[in-house]
Write a new protein. Structure first.
Length: 144
């Protein structure tokens, strides 16, 4: 029984965080940002790397009761206006949750978390919120 919590406002040190603030992904993004390489990577590449990180972390720990997913990959692609992306295919490979709860994201939380996840701003917070709400509605996810 797994619950997914889609909320960019949950602190990075929360034990339920999918993307560990000190984990391999975070360290790699920080290294790319420090080397000024992250700015030269296309948006779709950064978003695809993140989407695969979501998949890999869930598959590596299938018995977790709850995951905090700071940004939903399909909504990030929509917010970045990237129409052709692997988001749906990656999502199809995710384990099936018992419940998905989502929080209408605050613009400041989106800005903060995208810096941590991508090393730079990528998304329009309003477009991300709209995309997430649209996806949640089609999936009957529970608004928290």
């Amino acid at each position: 029984m797994t619950t997914w919590i889609l909320d960019p406002g949950v602190p990075a040190d929360d034990a339920r965080q999918l993307v560990d603030a000190d984990g391999e992904y975070a360290v790699a993004i920080a290294r790319l940002a420090k080397a000024c390489v992250v700015d030269s990577l296309p948006d779709d590449v950064l978003l695809t790397i993140y989407a695969y990180e979501v998949l890999e972390r869930m598959r590596a720990h299938p018995d977790r009761e709850a995951w905090v997913i700071p940004l939903w990959p399909a909504a990030t692609f929509a917010a970045a206006d990237i129409p052709a992306h692997p988001g749906r295919e990656i999502e199809a490979m995710l384990p099936t949750p018992t419940t998905v709860r989502w929080v209408a994201p605050d613009a400041a939380d989106v800005a903060r978390i995208e810096r941590r996840l991508f090393g730079r701003p990528l998304l329009d917070p309003g477009r991300y919120a709209t995309a997430l709400a649209r996806i949640a509605e089609t999936r009957d996810w529970v608004r928290a």
